[in-house]
Design a protein around this ligand. Structure first.
Ligand code: IMP
Ligand code: MG
Length: 189
């Protein structure tokens, strides 16, 4: 696969706005399956409740849950940093809360990308206060050198440079989520 131009089937309409391939569709697919196998081993005795952080983690959640060979349960939360800026404000608003009780559950937060870490930090405290048995994080992407809050991430798909990226759930103004690969964004936000 060519790693320097948008070449996945779903990306052709967006070509002018996409820069380099950061993670190809094939690399995403392979790594998500590896993560699924690791989670299957680690949680064999206690199948987790997967908590998807909408909307960016939808693609990841959808593939990851099918790569886990355990009776997992899933639930969804929606959070929003204020506005449509490409940098987080650190102020997180809960747009949709969970439906299920976390008491004594093994909760695994499924996140798209950890940038400053402020969103995740907030979520961890918020969910941790509901007394789960365990609370861990599975993040597809980790932006290198950007974390303003110390993070212990049990599972990370890829460490990537700090450029803004789109695709595989990640958006700019709600677009590009349906790309199979992950790309730098060079269009105008
Ligand atoms: P943090 O609070 O700075 O870690 O930002 C995390 C959230 O900001 C993610 O859940 C994304 O919704 C968004 N975000 C951060 N970096 C990117 C990016 O490169 N592309 C798209 N969304 C991003
Ligand atoms: Mg977003």
């Amino acid at each position: 696969m060519d790693h320097h131009s948008p070449d996945d089937f779903t990306a052709h309409w967006a070509k002018g706005e996409l820069g380099e391939v950061v993670v190809s569709a094939k690399e995403v697919h392979d790594r998500v399956n590896e993560l699924g196998r690791a989670i299957t081993e680690d949680y064999a005795e206690h199948p987790p409740l997967l908590v998807c952080v909408l909307k960016g983690a939808i693609n990841f959640m959808s593939d990851l849950m099918r790569a886990i060979a355990l009776p997992v349960e899933v639930d969804f939360m929606a959070v929003s940093s204020y506005g449509a800026a490409t940098k987080t404000s650190g102020v997180v608003r809960i747009v949709k809360d969970l439906d299920v009780d976390l008491l004594d559950r093994d909760v695994l937060i499924v996140e798209d990308v950890v940038d400053s870490g402020l969103t995740l930090n907030y979520l961890r405290q918020y969910l941790g206060s509901r007394n789960p048995r365990s609370l861990e994080v599975c993040a597809l992407l980790l932006k290198e050198g950007e974390q303003r809050v110390e993070q212990s991430l049990r599972y990370v798909g890829f460490s990537i440079p700090s450029d803004f990226v789109v695709g595989y759930g990640l958006d700019v103004n709600e677009r590009y989520r349906n790309l199979d690969g992950i790309y730098t964004f060079i269009g105008t936000a």
